[in-house]
Design a protein around this ligand. Structure first.
Ligand code: CA
Length: 649
């Protein structure tokens, strides 16, 4: 009934009808086409034989969980231009259910309660001011008549917070800010006064960041809420908090009282955060025996490549070990709880090539814990990217990315070389992690990054969508591959398992995540749109074949505009376009790689980029951020990049 199955969010199913002895007989029971090819990140819920799920643009569905037949659908009509405030796609990671209601949280900040029987909206609450570029992509959590939601937007300039609402009325109950506001306005709580001691300058003018855009976990034993807090806004601390400071509660897990939102404890993973190292990644609650003692723990494998085990009662750090290559910090000092950070990670205007990087060693993709094997399963990755302070940070830029990192410093030869070097070094794998011994038990290597969230079951199974456009199932105890099926897309979301009338199903929302997929960079490939897939033993349904074919046309010749215009295009591209379409115009996944634009797209370039001709697909017009000369320069830069790479690819 809840995201992660229970409040522990272990994503462990006790069902064992489908198991390591018979999984070879698994087949497709049914599929349901979602009306989008944008980000598919949501975990469905199944309640009394009905599956509830939410898709890109928060299109919400109720399906018969045994047949896939549509019961109702609801479109909250998210304004497509709000997608321009989204750093990382227009998906939603899920919904919440409470006593006959389904609660969704829309990209543009509305919390909407729907009647679970027919999808009729019961109440709507706007959770943030539309004067600021907030978004919501996380799943609301519900407990004890209260529904919790955070928000995103730290790349664009906002102040993070989490709010609890009455699930009957939508009325606000409490709000916990994750970073302090302007001291002159008075602090909302003692916790904010304490946090403000760790900031310098006039951070509130930037927003400060710390957005809680994904993981928010309820602990019914201690009556606490654990909030995963995001990165700083802007990224570069020299702009955000000149003179340094830890900048609480950035990159922290914060525990608050569930009833009141009052601060209890926090653990900060990245003091003075300036690498986009969010602590928003999924958290799992479990009971582990550590050094002979039963501990109630919270586990997280965040972007910074350390696997953390914390005591949930006190926030004490019990252990932290790296699960992926880590250039940022050598280790975490258990006496102080602080990472021992590589001095080279404190970048200035010279690009520093690092892993982990903003995409993280593990991102939002759900992880699972099997109490039977004692292992935690999650997709890990090694991604390198350069960081550099932008000396020409446009402080008065009205809209769009305001991170202060990079692009200015990346435009020279050193930055270009660092970006090119990073591109070829990405690796991805499924890891099975022993949280007590803090070491990898087994892994499955993939052809690239981008494999999806993970489910573990009592049938000794681990289920995952893969970068190779498949759903794969492994033995939970040793990683042996037992079953795999081609699904014509790269499922990123977390699978679930449920039973209807005594028959077990394994299901997932199959579609790519909002940022680049595993095949980041490269010619477009034919792929299925978003789709719900449900499997059962003896299932005989068949997916329709891919009908779409992709024709590649060589790029037009580079226009004779001169180096100065190409440089202008480079700078404007990296300021406005790179966030979605990728650095150096190497993009992919659900967002087109512009090096492979068709002749029609080239012809319509200005109408699209300035005029918003494809706003309905989420590509808004940027006439408020760039002028015609910049649009022309961007076009020339992209064509030049296409010609550089055409033969290489
Ligand atoms: Ca971020």
């Amino acid at each position: 009934m809840t995201w992660g199955r229970t409040y522990s969010e272990q994503r462990f199913s006790p069902l064992d009808q489908i198991n390591d002895a018979n999984v070879g007989e698994l087949g497709l029971a049914w599929y349901f086409d979602l009306d989008t090819d944008r980000a598919i990140e949501g975990t469905p819920l199944v309640i009394d034989g009905v599956m509830y799920l939410t898709s890109a643009w928060n299109l919400t569905y109720a399906l018969d969980a045994a047949t896939g037949e549509l019961i109702w659908s609801y479109d909250p009509e998210v304004p497509r231009e709000w997608g321009g405030n989204s750093c990382c796609g227009v998906g939603s990671r899920g919904l919440a259910a409470w006593e006959g209601r389904i609660v969704i949280a829309t990209l543009d900040g509305r919390l909407i309660a729907l009647d679970a029987a027919d999808g009729r909206p019961l109440w709507t609450t706007q959770t943030f001011s539309r004067d600021f570029p907030y978004t919501i992509t996380g799943a609301p959590r519900v407990f004890d008549g209260r529904v919790l939601i955070g928000n995103g937007g730290a790349e664009l300039g906002v102040r993070g917070y989490v709010t609890a609402y009455d699930v009957d009325t939508g009325e606000e109950l409490w709000r916990f800010y994750t970073v302090p506001g302007n001291p002159a306005d008075g602090f909302e709580s003692d916790a904010m006064a304490m946090a403000a001691e760790t900031w310098n300058g006039e951070w509130w003018k930037w927003g400060g960041g710390g957005t809680a855009w994904d993981s928010i976990v309820y602990d019914p034993e201690l009556d606490y809420i654990y909030i995963g807090v995001g990165n700083g806004s802007p990224w570069v601390q020299a702009y955000r908090s000149p003179g340094g400071g830890d900048n609480l509660f950035l990159a922290s897990i914060a525990a608050v009282e569930a009833a009141t939102g009052e601060y209890v404890w926090h653990y900060q993973q990245a003091p003075g955060e300036q690498w986009d190292f969010t602590a928003t990644q999924p958290m799992i609650q479990a009971e582990l025996t550590i050094d002979g003692r039963e501990r109630r723990v919270l586990m997280q494998a965040p972007k910074n490549a350390f696997f953390y085990v914390l005591d949930r009662e006190t926030g004490e750090l019990l252990s932290a070990e790296e699960f992926a290559p880590n250039y940022w910090a050598s280790h975490v000092d258990l006496a102080t709880g602080r990472p021992v950070i590589n001095p080279l990670a404190y970048y200035d205007t010279e690009p520093v090539l690092m892993t982990p990087a903003p995409p993280g060693a593990h991102n939002w993709q759900p992880m699972s814990y099997s109490p039977l094997t004692g292992l935690v399963y999650f997709p890990a990755q090694e991604v390198w990217m350069p960081y550099a302070r932008d000396p020409n940070f446009p402080v008065d830029q009205p809209r769009g990315f305001r991170i202060g990192n990079g692009w200015g410093g990346m435009l020279g030869p050193a930055g270009q070389a660092a970006m090119a070097a990073a591109a070829g070094r990405a690796r991805g794998w499924l890891t099975a992690w022993d949280p007590v011994r803090q070491r990898e038990a087994w892994r499955v290597d993939y052809s690239g990054t981008g494999s999806g969230g993970v489910l573990a079951t009592a049938g000794n199974l681990v289920v995952q969508g893969t970068v190779d456009d498949t759903v794969a199932i492994y033995r939970a105890d040793n990683g042996e591959k037992l079953w795999e099926v081609l699904v014509n897309t790269e499922p990123a979301a977390g699978p679930i398992s449920y039973a209807v009338d005594g028959e077990q199903y394994i299901a997932l929302n199959a579609g790519m995540h909002g940022m680049a997929g595993g095949r980041f960079g490269g010619p477009p490939v034919a792929r299925a749109g978003g789709r719900v897939l449900a499997f059962k033993l003896g299932g005989r349904a068949v997916l329709p074949p891919l009908v779409e074919t992709v024709t590649l046309t060589p790029p037009p010749p580079v226009p004779d505009v001169g180096d100065e215009v190409l440089e202008l295009g480079n700078a404007a591209y990296h300021r406005v376009c790179a966030g979605c379409h990728g650095m150096r115009a190497v993009g992919g996944g659900v967002i087109p790689d512009l090096r492979y634009m068709s002749a029609e797209t080239h012809a319509e370039f200005d109408a699209i980029v300035l005029g918003g001709a494809r706003a309905e697909q989420g590509m808004i017009g940027f006439a408020d951020r760039i002028n015609e000369a910049e649009a022309e320069a961007i076009h020339a830069f992209v064509i030049a990049r296409a010609n550089e790479d055409w033969e290489a690819d």
